[in-house]
Design a protein around this ligand. Structure first.
Ligand code: C5P
Length: 281
């Protein structure tokens, strides 16, 4: 039996930093969605636990114990084997939860392969603050440092998304450290939206508090935001997570595809991806 698990990219539509815990971790209030672009895991029964990394974004991704996929496997606390292939499509250290989503997909896949329950929530959180939210990908509100997860709003039936990464890796700890204000206002309750335009209008009132410190670390983020905002039909452009990936919201997937083609032609070295929201069944 081979199990397949999809690890979708995560987008922080908003990311408000509302405080800091005594251990240094920051309290967040973030509206998270997932898209139909991501990494793919294949997990097969085997005597030993092994990881092979393939795909267009495999270069530089460790396939040893540093990889979150193998750290996730260790949480099951048993000496079982599995041959895992991680087909990598998402850029690393990019603010779209690549490693976290891979870890969450590995947890789902191994639980199915080994017929075991998922590890307890504290263990899942120990893999990374974004791993719990990636466990059942859909529109979610994430609070605390990432452990408090509630249902997000209904997304518009029709909308398009564009993801653009300029190829600059951003250090998440450095971005958090450079925050000048750590007690920003939380996000108001997200209401659910009838159209992408209404959604973008609501989101425009909210923020990603990490955008300013991330732009100081990687000034190209400003350029990415401007390039997205200048495409036809773009309703909102914003950075995701701690960057450097930025996203655009459009009324339709077709408009996002047109914008993707235009940006990819002008900046062939950038990672450019049109997408639609993804929700696990
Ligand atoms: O949990 P994760 O390994 O993804 O976080 C990477 C780093 O980002 C942490 O070591 C911490 O410096 C910072 N971080 C934070 N507050 C959060 C999440 C991450 O300060 N809620």
């Amino acid at each position: 039996m081979t199990v397949e698990a999809f690890a979708p990219a995560k987008i922080n539509l908003t990311l408000h930093v509302t405080g800091q815990r005594a251990d240094g971790y920051h309290l967040l209030d973030s509206l998270v969605i997932f898209v139909d672009a991501g990494d793919r895991l294949r997990l097969s029964p085997a005597d030993d636990l092994t990881l092979r990394v393939t795909g267009p974004r495999a270069e530089g991704v460790p396939c040893d114990g540093r990889n979150l996929v193998l750290k996730a496997a260790m949480l099951f606390g048993c000496e079982r084997g599995a041959a895992i292939t991680l087909d990598k499509h998402l850029p690393a250290a990019a603010g779209i939860g690549g490693g976290s989503s891979d870890a969450a997909a590995a947890l789902r896949g191994l639980a199915e392969l080994w017929n075991l329950p998922l590890p307890d929530p504290a263990a899942v959180l120990s893999l990374g603050a974004d791993v719990p939210v990636c466990l059942r990908p859909r529109a979610l509100r994430m609070q605390g440092v990432g452990e408090t997860i509630t249902e997000g709003p209904r997304l518009p039936e029709r909308m398009g998304l564009l993801l653009v990464n300029p190829g600059v890796e951003v250090s998440t700890p450095a971005v958090f450290k450079a925050l000048t204000c750590k007690t920003n206002a939380p996000m108001p309750h997200p209401p659910g939206w009838s159209s992408a335009a209404v959604m973008a209008h609501w989101l425009a009132e909210q923020r990603n508090d990490l955008e300013t410190p991330a732009r100081r670390q990687a000034p190209v983020i400003r350029e990415v935001l401007d390039v997205i905002a200048a495409t036809e039909g773009c309703l909102l452009s914003r950075m995701s997570g701690s960057g450097a990936t930025c996203f655009g919201i459009y009324d339709s997937r077709d408009e996002a595809e047109d914008a993707a083609r235009l940006i990819a032609a002008g900046a062939p070295q950038w990672w450019v991806q049109a997408a639609s929201p993804y929700s696990a069944a």
